[in-house]
Design a protein around this ligand. Structure first.
Ligand SMILES: Nc1ncnc2c1ncn2[C@@H]1O[C@H](COP(=O)(O)OP(=O)(O)OP(=O)(O)O)[C@@H](O)[C@H]1O
Ligand SMILES: [Mg+2]
Length: 260
């Protein structure tokens, strides 16, 4: 296994931002780690140092990528004789909400999908819900307006804000039923090769259920407590681009090392 990290543009001999501690630690554990220029990916250039070599299984740890950019990364790795630990289709299967929704429908808020061009106001009003949690296929609305629409018209307002703040809608729009969650109860877990890992050693039943329902080599599971006490799945994410949240670099890297 070779782990490739985006380098820090100001300090090219180490990994960027939140990935630096993982890079240093994994390297010290004797795992092959390489650094590359993230910005050159979109120009079809991948020149990691040390280079990816024939037969390498490559794990990426870094900033979020669109499925198209991830596909480019995978092709460039293949041209060097390597292969991605997570294939492009597995990447999308954890990254885009509609891809994992069906297999996890019992654990997560009811959701309908639409491409961004569709008549969203009509779709929302046909649903007849009191409120809507609005996302694209990946992210919610980050600014203080938040992502909860109290009417079909407000759905349009939030979609416009997501477009404005993030530059584009990724994939399409997800309208999710609003559930009442207890603040500060969200936790992130990871699944690698089918095994669920926790930041504190305790893996809830829901996380085990999700790990049996969704199949991808490496992904994250965010769960939160609903006000009635039931644990709910908020979202899945591809593990390569998921923030560590409350995980220490030590516990995170031990999980990676166990699977290399
Ligand atoms: N259906 C819902 N009803 C009520 N609250 C929700 C719902 N979905 C998500 N939330 C709340 O909004 C937060 C952000 O949602 P979500 O994780 O889906 O979006 P995100 O953009 O990926 O956010 P982040 O990058 O912080 O993970 C969740 O942590 C949860 O507290
Ligand atoms: Mg989230």
């Amino acid at each position: 296994m070779r782990i490739i990290f985006p380098f820090d543009p100001l300090e090219k001999n180490t990994a960027d931002g939140p990935f630096r501690d993982e890079y240093e630690l994994l390297k010290s554990m004797g795992i092959d780690c390489s650094l590359f220029d993230y910005d050159s990916l979109e120009f079809d250039e991948l020149k990691p140092k040390p280079q990816v070599i024939d037969g390498d299984c490559v794990l990426y740890r870094g900033w979020m990528l669109t499925p198209s950019l991830y596909g480019k990364l995978a092709s460039m790795v293949e041209r060097k004789g390597g292969s991605m630990f997570t294939s492009p289709s597995s990447f999308v299967s954890s990254h885009h909400l509609p891809e994992w929704y069906e297999s996890c429908v019992d654990f997560t808020p009811e959701t309908v999908f639409s491409n961004a061009e569709e008549d969203l106001e009509k779709l929302a009003s046909d649903l007849g819900w009191d409120s809507f949690f609005v996302k694209d296929y990946v992210k919610s609305n980050y600014n203080e307006r938040g992502s909860i629409a109290k009417s079909p018209r407000e759905v349009l307002e939030i979609v416009a804000l997501i477009k404005e703040h993030r530059g584009e809608i990724e994939g399409g729009i997800s309208l999710r039923k609003v559930e009442e969650y207890l603040p500060e109860t969200e936790k992130r877990y990871f699944v690698v090769n089918g095994k669920a890992y926790s930041p504190d050693g305790v893996v809830p039943e829901l996380v085990l259920d999700v790990s049996k329902a969704h199949h991808a080599p490496f992904y994250s599971i965010d769960v939160i407590q609903r006000s009635d006490g039931v644990l709910r799945l908020v979202e899945l994410g591809d593990g390569q681009v998921s923030d560590k949240k409350t995980w220490s670099a030590g516990v995170f890297c031990k999980m990676i090392a166990e699977n290399t």
